[in-house]
Design a protein around this ligand. Structure first.
Ligand code: PLP
Length: 487
């Protein structure tokens, strides 16, 4: 698509100002171009720069690290490195002195810590937005068991933004004397929508505590915890800078620390525990939440990753992603079959306003018949394009985008333990052809215009294609079961 690139540069002059990211890509992400890979799954996982792994390996090579929290030199060295990383995390989020940082396995681990420790009770409430990752949706099971009311704040159609009027009405239902928790994502992993952080203050004002899922937001946005003050924040570091996997963080506002009541204790979380006395005294602050042995060797790589992200510059990343996303949205919407019908249906906002670089879509034939997104993923793979398909662990956004009703979803649940996304698609075929699931293209730190052009070239190949020409899935539905919906 060499012919379109000058038009892109003309219409997006700010892109030229982000050329330092091209240099960074050449220096740190050379494997992408060396192998001709177009990586479009940054919302699934960020990519690491080569120097992150080199610097981490050098640190491990220089030091003798043992299990932290003992007095030996090797243990003390590790404790110091873990605490240095913790301080770097707090500083990065401008949270030093206001928040406690708890290292977890991932964002889901952070969310679960809140879910299992929150003092839900009859008369109290859990309010979730329909746009939420399953690791937030799952918190409703803790709330239910403890007798709290569970509600969902709806989304507007077709933009998939939080319906502010309905949400304000739901927030107004809280009894401020009871524990009430409102949980929403700062950025949607389904539609890329940036939800208003002003909801945090609005919820506080109505007697709610707020859990902000920043997993999809933090990789490309600065979260300043002195500008907004959610009570709990969850992130996964591999989403922010690719490496290390297996480390996430729960940031707990110090004023909210005492709210959480841990349902058990484990090695490392107690100051004192007795068998004969049948009692324990939980350790204060983060120590009371970090069960067992931390992923201690990986944690120093978090500090290296934060430096890498700072070096790349969030401002430049944001500018670049805004230009690329705008181009992607504009070109996809302009893509037409010979009879004038659209090739692509986008889910979520059709412009760049208040949204990030996550774009979700489906392809249709000239008669408006959906092309199987799983087949599209297969075909993309043959072109070296890595994207993601399915529901991205965000059923609420997918159900809203696909116009699915409670009855449709109950028909799926009626299948019992046999239900999977492929089986649900068959059930929907029998019920008149509605569908669930889509294709997600997401941009990140190392994305460039060539990546987007390669995807647009791929997309344009579906012009005037029938489902028969596109071909059937080469794996059958039974085999599809091994691919679980995720991220
Ligand atoms: C918005 C959002 N929240 C939570 C998660 C869960 O993250 P993890 O799988 O790292 O626990 C994800 C993962 O994709 C996400 O996108």
């Amino acid at each position: 698509m060499v012919t379109v690139r000058p038009r892109f540069l003309e219409t997006h002059p700010a892109y030229a100002g982000t050329s330092a990211l091209d240099d960074l890509r050449a220096a740190e992400y050379g494997r992408l171009d060396a192998q001709g890979i177009v990586y479009l799954d940054y919302t699934g996982g960020g990519l690491h720069g080569d120097s992150q792994v080199r610097d981490h390996a050098a640190l491990l090579g220089q030091q003798v690290f043992g299990n932290p929290h003992s007095a030996s030199p090797s243990s003390t060295a590790m404790t110091n490195a873990v605490e240095k990383a913790r301080a770097a995390v707090l500083e990065y989020f401008n949270a030093t002195g206001e928040y406690t940082a708890v290292f977890t396995l991932n964002a889901s681990g952070a969310l679960k810590l809140v879910g299992e420790s929150y003092p839900f009770e009859p008369g109290g409430r859990l309010l979730l937005t329909v746009d939420n990752h399953n690791s937030v949706n799952g918190i409703r099971e803790f709330a239910r068991v403890k007798g709290a009311a569970v509600d969902y704040a709806p989304l507007t159609i077709p933009d998939l933004r939080i319906d502010r009027i309905a949400t304000d009405a739901l927030l107004a239902q809280a009894d401020p004397a009871r524990p009430n928790l409102f949980a929403f994502p700062a950025q949607s992993n389904f539609s890329g929508v940036k939800h208003p952080l002003a909801l945090i203050d609005a919820a506080h004002g109505r007697g709610w505590q707020v859990l902000l899922d920043a997993a999809a937001f933090a990789p490309t946005n600065r979260l300043d915890l002195r500008a907004v003050s959610p009570d709990f924040v969850a992130v996964s570091f591999y989403k922010m800078f690719g490496y290390p996997t297996g480390v996430g963080c729960l940031l707990i506002r110090d004023t909210a620390l005492a709210t959480l009541q841990r349902p058990w204790f484990a090695g490392g979380t107690v100051n004192f525990a007795t068998v004969q006395g049948r009692g324990h005294v939980l350790a204060p602050r983060e120590a009371g939440f970090e069960d067992g042995t931390l992923n201690y060797l990986s944690i120093p790589a978090v500090e290296i990753g934060l430096r890498h992200l700072e070096h790349a510059g969030l401002g430049a990343i944001q500018t670049r992603i805004a230009c690329l996303t705008d181009w992607l949205l504009t070109e996809l919407q302009a893509l037409r079959h010979g009879n004038g019908s659209p090739v692509v249906r986008l889910y979520g906002p059709s412009t760049c306003e208040d949204r990030g670089g996550t774009v979700t879509l489906n392809f249709y034939d000239p008669e408006g018949t959906l092309l199987d997104f799983r087949r599209i993923e297969e075909l993309a793979g043959t072109k070296g394009i890595s994207l993601r398909t399915g529901c991205f662990c965000n059923p609420g956004a997918g159900e809203t985008a696909g116009d699915l009703t409670e009855d449709d979803m109950r028909a799926g649940l009626a299948e019992g333990s046999d239900i999977t996304l492929p089986r649900f698609l068959q059930v929907m075929q029998q019920r008149g052809g509605k569908t669930l699931g889509a294709i997600r293209v997401s941009l990140g730190l190392a994305s460039n215009i060539a990546d987007v052009d390669r995807f647009l070239q791929f997309a344009s190949e579906f012009r005037d294609q029938t489902p028969a020409a596109v071909g059937a899935l080469t794996v059958d539905d039974a085999n599809c079961r091994v691919i679980r919906d995720g991220s």
